[in-house]
Ligand binder design. Structure first.
Ligand code: HEM
Length: 305
């Protein structure tokens, strides 16, 4: 009998101990998240003081001679080249030069693309014939076309490698969060440039690639005729996002014209604008991130007495 009572008391003790421990843990977690919660609340009250705001918009500094000279030195238009750079940050082994190579390829693609435009008509009758003409009759036409095609493949590769290096070096962290997001947009634009260019030769490869690619758009949530909630919102094959992309319900002359305009005007103009913002932000974020500067022994100045 006594044993039974002891067991019951033990069980009660364990239960209350368990409850106490849970309460203790909850209290500890609360203590840990309280500063973050307070910070978030403060952010809601004064959004201009948050890191998110500071990473997107320019912040006003106090009026001192130092901040005035800094605002001149860090101004991209007044000082196209940065006044100071971190020597280790511009090493090829750090950046792989991938951002620069991506930009260089974009310039080459713009130049060769404009030259190709002199020979290409975006119509079902002419498009493929123009490609054959370029390949076999136009002087240096084959070279021109292949520079554009291989340059495009390379640009897709280098933009991925650039993103990979930025990720590996942790350069997406404070204060570069905003530039990382601009970069993501640039990546999407690069892929869209590649995709729209695919249809232009109007060959079997491009035709089927774009057929498959745009068929996927049917499954877009809300905007696709076969996507989640699409049919409920009245989406059909004749008014959904795929229809808007193709200018019809099949890949035909309207799709070719749309791909041409997006490829030659729309996306390059948008991408150039984002590239300007991207480069400007690299300067504003204090230059390329880089490891902390290493000094040669001879560069270290002796301490003043
Ligand atoms: C058309 C595409 C792009 C071009 C032309 C471009 C160009 C550049 C260049 C020239 C730099 C200077 C440093 C370097 O060369 O590595 C740079 C830095 C940077 N890029 Fe890009 N970029 C592109 C796409 C992207 C993408 C896809 C991301 C990431 C999603 C990205 C994120 C960044 C960031 C965070 C920096 C600063 C890195 C640091 O300070 O170390 N960029 N970009």
């Amino acid at each position: 009998m006594a044993d039974e009572k002891d067991t019951q008391t033990d069980a009660k003790d364990t239960q209350s101990n368990g409850k106490g421990r849970v309460a203790g843990v909850i209290e500890k977690v609360k203590e840990q998240i309280r500063p973050k919660l307070n910070q978030d609340l403060e952010g809601l009250r004064q959004p201009q003081k948050t890191q998110l705001y500071k990473s997107i918009f320019r912040v006003k500094h106090e009026e001192t001679p130092r901040s005035r000279s800094l605002s001149v030195l860090s101004n991209v238009f007044l000082h196209l080249h940065p006044a100071r750079i971190n020597r280790d940050a511009v090493r090829y082994s750090y950046t792989w030069g991938m951002g620069g190579i991506t930009f260089y390829l974009f310039v080459v693609l713009t130049f060769t693309g404009v030259l190709l435009m002199f020979y290409y008509h975006p119509t079902k009758i002419q498009a493929f014939r123009d490609i054959l003409y370029l390949e076999h009759d136009v002087p240096y036409g084959k070279l021109l076309r292949n520079m554009h095609r291989w340059g495009a493949h390379l640009m897709v590769l280098t933009v991925w490698l650039h993103m990979f290096r930025v990720f590996l070096t942790g350069s997406y962290k404070k204060p570069r969060e905003f530039n990382w997001c601009v970069g993501v947009i640039l990546l999407v634009l690069t892929l869209l440039l590649s995709f729209t260019g695919y249809l232009l030769p109007d060959d079997q490869l491009g035709f089927w690639a774009v057929t498959v690619g745009t068929n996927m758009a049917r499954a877009t949530p809300l905007l696709g005729s076969e996507g989640p909630l699409g049919p409920q919102l009245g989406m059909t094959a004749y008014n959904d996002v795929r229809f808007a992309l193709l200018g019809g319900s099949i890949v035909d002359s309207n799709a070719l014209l749309r791909a041409y305009i997006w490829h030659c005007i729309g996306i390059p103009v948008i991408a150039s604008t984002f590239m300007i913002v991207h480069f400007w932000r690299v300067r504003k974020d204090g230059g390329i991130s880089g490891p902390s500067p290493v000094m040669l022994a001879k560069e270290i100045k002796p301490e003043r007495p």
